[in-house]
Each structure stands twice: as C-alpha cells, then as structure tokens.
Design a protein around this ligand. Structure first.
Ligand SMILES: [Zn+2]
Length: 341
C-alpha cells in the first residue's frame, strides 16, 4: 500500500541523481493558521545497489551528525554512489535552531515511533519514517551525541538485537565507524525509538553518540565524517576503499557493554555536579566518579557519587546544574566481541 499520510515529500525518492527537497506537514502556529513545517531531505542515487537512510538531528541539540549529513549532501556526487543514499540531515529542525533536545512542543522525537498519520506533528513525521522511509532502506544510520547536557565518549553504538544475522551485520557496521570505543546500550527510558522501529523492520541499524556538551571539537567533526563515509563504503553504497582500524595502524577498538541497568547513575537531589573522572577512565566499584554540591547550604558536604560496579566511565554530565532525577554519569564494562550475544 502506498503512503497516504499527511507528510508530503517534494522530491521523487525513486529518481536517479542528486535531488534536494523537503518533507512538509501541517503546522499551525501563532503566525499562520494554515502553515507547514519543513524538514530537509535529499537523495543521491545511481544504479541498483543498496538504499541507506542517513539521519541527523533526531534530537535538536546534537549537531555532530547534522553537519556530517549536510556535508554528505554537499560533497557526494551520484557518480560515487552505487545504490541510493537518502539523507534527512536535520530531522528536528525547529529544535536544532532552538538548541534544544526536544521539539518546541516539548516532545521527544526519539520517543515518537511508530507514529500515526492522525497523531500530533511528531507522530505524523515518525509515521512517514515508519511506513515510507524504513521500508525503502536496507541500512539506517541515525547519528546522535550527548547533546548539551551530556558528554558521551565519542563512539558508534548498537542494540544487541535478537536476530543473529541482523546482529552480526549491525556489529560489523558499528565497527566500521573506526571509533576508539563502541557501546552496547539498552533503553532505560521507555519505547518509541527511531532505531528500534527500524530494527523491528529487520534493517541494519548503525547509531552513534559523538560527544556532546554543547560544543563540537574538530576531532569529533572529523570522526563523524570519516566514520559515516567509511560505513557507507562498508555497506557498498559509496565508492572507495573500506578502511579498518588495522589498516589505519590503530589498535582494536574497545567495546563497552552498558546493558546492566545499574550502569546509569542518577542524582536523587538537585545540586551542582563536579566530575572527578572523565569518560574513557576506568573505575572500580565504590570509587568516586563525581560529587554533587549544594549551593543553598554552604557547609554541607557534597554527595559523593560512587561507581556502582567496576567499569569505564562512558558519559558524564556536561552542564553542572543537575535536577533531582537527572542522570549524572554512565558506566559500562569492556566486552570481547566474541562474547556479544
Ligand atoms: Zn540523541
């Protein structure tokens, strides 16, 4: 059944060559009773190879992937492509302009799946991904980072999905990013994720957490670009030699398993976070990772936040102010790739 929902794509995604257009869907605002939201979309297509969907800006304040995706549209010529690259470089465009994780309406686009055509705007858009973009794709690359609030060890990451063939291909795709670290994650905050819907449709899903903290260091921009283009070569849609860490003279990446639930530590009180360890540093159970200070009660000793288990620090809070219930750090444990199941 062809798509019959409210999202209109201004380009024909089945055509060869490079096209740049937009997705538009109804938007009622205080400046227009009848208006539309615009989300940019592009295709770079040539020949009959695989289709890869590349997205950035699922969360608005994560610019690493947005820049890499925009660069892809600008720099890649159809003659370099075998198959089709569909790029949605800035999904949550209004949030990106506002430098916020969430849409101005307060919704989290990454909790909007599978969506529905008669739902609110975020669900109309997620429904378009679910029923139109994912079914057309063999591979889905969704680029995230820690956003303003968190600094994540720059890495590509994945869910350990049930299907062994899909899992093996996702693992190879994750490794092809050639980052120093990779991360195995579980959803701690509910369902409705973009990657999960794509995984449920059997797609090879490759995702990232490229730093964060409200600033993008140049090495992270370089990792976003080198990783993205190498993964595109790895899956056969972009011409050129596939690089490996070995071919680059680098040691094997460290794969960190964050699937045990107590790896994510929250604060139970509101305060000011002081990190003691940085992401990438190892830690033993019981050692301090950071402290929470209480400016309203000088003289009160800080809460020392300790590692709940042995591991490596993967994420630390990037904005010191922390509200009760906020995540302050995340750990994980190194795992051999042969043990991933
Ligand atoms: Zn994100």
């Amino acid at each position: 059944m062809s798509y019959d929902g409210p999202v209109h794509c201004t380009i024909d995604l089945s055509k060869q060559g490079k096209q740049v257009g937009r997705l538009q869907f109804p938007r009622i605002s205080n400046t227009a009773g009848w208006g539309f939201s615009f989300v940019p979309i592009a295709t770079i297509a040539n020949g009959t190879g695989p289709t890869v969907l590349v997205s950035g800006g699922n969360h608005g304040d994560e610019y690493e992937g947005q820049v890499a995706a925009l660069r892809l549209i600008d720099e890649i010529d159809p003659s370099q492509v075998n198959g089709r690259i569909i790029v949605v470089p800035v999904i949550s465009k209004e949030a990106a302009w506002a430098n916020t994780r969430l849409w101005p309406s307060g919704v989290n686009f990454n909790r909007s799946f599978p969506g529905r055509p008669d739902g609110p705007p975020n669900e109309q858009l997620s429904d378009y991904f679910t029923r139109e973009l994912f079914p057309a794709a063999d591979v889905v690359i969704d680029m995230h980072s820690g956003g303003r609030t968190a600094w994540f060890l720059p890495c590509s990451h994945m869910h350990v999905v049930e299907n062994p063939d899909q899992r093996a291909k996702m693992l190879e795709g994750m490794l092809a990013w050639n980052s120093d670290f990779h991360f195995l994650y579980v959803d701690v905050n509910g369902n409705g994720l973009l990657p999960v819907e794509a995984e449920n449709q059997g797609k090879i899903v490759i995702t990232t957490e490229l730093g964060g903290g409200g600033r993008v260091p140049a090495p992270v921009h370089r990792l976003a670009w080198s990783g993205l283009t190498n993964v595109l070569r790895h899956v056969g849609v972009l011409e050129g030699e596939v690089l490996t860490r070995a071919s680059l003279g680098l040691p094997d990446a460290v794969i960190i398993d964050g699937r045990e639930g107590d790896n994510m530590v929250i604060t139970e009180e509101t305060g000011v976070w002081e990190g003691i360890l940085e992401p990438g540093e190892p830690v033993k159970e019981g050692e301090p990772v950071g402290r929470l200070w209480f400016p309203d009660t000088p003289g009160r000793s800080p809460n020392v936040m300790r590692a709940p288990r042995d591991g490596v620090v993967v994420v630390t809070r990037a904005i010191p102010v922390a509200e009760a219930g906020d995540s302050v750090f995340v750990l994980g444990q190194p795992i051999d790739r042969a043990d991933i199941r």
